[in-house]
Design a protein around this ligand. Sequence first.
Ligand code: SF4
Ligand code: SF4
Length: 239
Amino acid sequence: MENLYNELMKDVRFEEGLKACMNCGVCTAICPAAEFYDYDPRKVVDAVQLRDDDEIIRLLKSETIWYCGECMSCKTRCPRGNTPGFIIMALRTMSQKLGYFTESEKGRQQLAIKRTVGENIFKYGYCAATYAVNPKMHPEQGPIWEYILENTDDVFERLGGQINGIGTGPLRKIPQDALDELKKIFDVTGGTEFFETIEKHSKAKAAEMGLQFSSEGTDNDYFVEVYTANSGSHNSHDI
Ligand code: SF4
Ligand code: SF4
């Protein structure tokens, strides 16, 4: 791969997101993620515009690039017309493709996202399918998911939904031909290959960490580790 900055420039989000940063810090002042994490989009933009591969690789391996909530508040305020949120998107994609995402706790969660909301799209046509949620994996929700699963019909009737029914409404059944078409779209646009790349790098990291890994599902040691790990260190500077 050639110079990483030049590679980033091939991503239209990066090209759109970075014109010239004058380090004013307005993006950080408006950024909600900066409120909750010790996170500073100004520093990310500044590090990238150094055009230094070592700096870019440090970002690709960092927790930092996974803190952004992609709210695009920064886009509305930057006096130079930059969009740090777009720059972060391009960095995340590069981190996923090159496998650097497995070097950070937040980055490793890409496998969990792929196997849950990502695969839900193929299986059900929805990224968020309530019946696919495992309450044991969401202790932070208390008894809410268990209640919803035990009272699904009642809950969705009140919301105008019809789980797996024909017709309209939330969580209605998506016809198989539509699901097949969705899969084809992923195949021809690179989405399927992208998913496979996440799996490949995650498998290698699991071996490095000495954790059991299965090629699918959530019932394996590496998946549980990336899904539940929380070092509690995300409020400390790492950039
Ligand atoms: S607001 Fe724009 S110019 Fe200012 S630090 Fe952020 S990206 Fe740079
Ligand atoms: S898109 Fe990301 S960097 Fe920009 S304001 Fe939102 S959270 Fe902050």
